[in-house]
Design a protein. Sequence first.
Length: 615
Amino acid sequence: MDNELSEIYAFIGSIAPFEELPEQTIVKLVSKIDICYLKQGQQLPPAQIEEGCFYIVRKGALSYVNQLQELIGKYGEGDICTVFCYPEKYADIQVVCDEDCLLYAVNKQQLLGCLIEYPVIISFFEQSAEERLKAKVSQIQDDAVVNSSLTNTAIDQLYQTPAATIDQGASISETAQKMTELGYSCLVVIDEDKNVKGIVTDKDFRRRCIAQGITPDNAISEIMTPDITMLDVRNTAFDALITMTSLHIHHLPITDQGRLAGMLTITDLMHYEGQNAINLTSLIHKATDVDELAEISKLIPKLQVKMARLGTPAEQAGKSISAITMAFTIRLIELAEILYGKAPVPFAWVAAGSQARQEQMAQSDQDNALIIDNSLQPEQAPWFERLAQFVCDGLAQCGFIYCPGDVMATNPKWRQNEDTWHHYFSQWIENPEPKALMHCSIFFDLTTIYGDKNLLNRVQARMLMRTQGASLFIAHMSKNALQHKPPLGFFRDFVLVSDGNNKKAMDLKHNGIAPIVDLARIYALQEGITSVNTIERLKQASGTRSLSKSSGANLIDAFEFLTTLRLNHQANQLQEGVKADNFLAPKEISRLEREHLKDAFKVVKTLQENRQAVY
């Protein structure tokens, strides 16, 4: 291989998706390449090439525009222009050289012929950015199932033994009495030789006894479910999950060498899969002081690392960590009530931001507030001041740092009665000046952690009634939301932080995840959607006047991919003993992952531009 071909080979082998190919395939591919030199301003395809080709940018930059000469996007070094191979997708698109360019042209049929044994790589070229992103997110979700800890766990670690049984000759009333005494929702029905004859559950009593008018004196065998499925103890917990899911059952008798050994329930599986979060929550509720809570909080980073390593979906990880933060808050309020006595009037301790959206990660800051009943008297206010100080200080001691913007219940402004909160939202909506919009982005994502939920429910209901018809307010919110831009430059690659400790990195939170959160919030305010979780908002808004179904699905895929990247990035940092942050350097991930990241940013950018066009 001469020097020029060696240089081309090295370049092709370093870019996605070719980096996944073996050496001999890349050599074969390089032999099919035509080298093209184009001048600035020249259009593609070059005059000498008539058939559809893929164009790989070696040097220079291309831009592609629509019929109205509006810029759609740009290609830089290492990018692959597929426009001329799929004219049905890219009708009326023009591609122009922004500067002198060196391109590698590969005939479509020849390239696909080289890749015949690699359908995944072929799909990279045939799919749009949105389609590639959806495929990647599906893979992440499939991996989460495959990597589940249930896959590697034997049933004998989970099932309850011995199984509670009842003789087949026992009456329905006797069976019901035994189930009540034991506190069980099912019993295994056996004969005199201990052979399993069936199972009876609460559902059988409703469906086959009460509904059918069978008297309680009849034998339990008349209403039991016979010929039940059982599973041998040597199977995995994942086998049990698949069996129970496919048969739509919640109870599965476990056998050992054909004999009844115990009972496994769907609850047992759920508890095991989330036992770390559940055990942590249990420890929190038993803690007797703040020091004990602070010691427990040291386990949260370890939990996040484990969830990431097991392939736990980022959405589930966020909900687990948010639930743990809620448990810390509740326990601190309970400890405060022990110190200061019960509250003089009803109140709601509310969380804002990522905790309210159930999207929190380890080492997050705290955003909270108090909504107090209108019956509050001046002399009762100090109780709530002491509560706020105790809880916020306690959360800080547990690793949830004080809010840099002072959005906490310790700030008197955010410790007000219900009427004042109604007034706040009314003012923010009617006078959407910059500071008001900043408050909106925080306080339009609220959830009640402790206390009277009706206080927040009433505030949110009245707020949503106002926002649905407030076109000027929505326009200002949209403009404000568009300030967070995906870090995707026109040329070549990502826009990276240029100085400071995070040089040559991108801010996944503020430039990737936050724009989606902002868009979802605006859709929810327009459509009167009460959910504050981002994915739930997008699901409920999809198919409305605010958001098409396809755009909603694309945003959900982008959000899931970006939050998964963030979860894994932070897990790597925590495992290395480094404080978790949101700054991801592109070199941390593979070229193919970078392409998926670009796809996610393109989805966000497109929806932002659509929003900008409307407002």
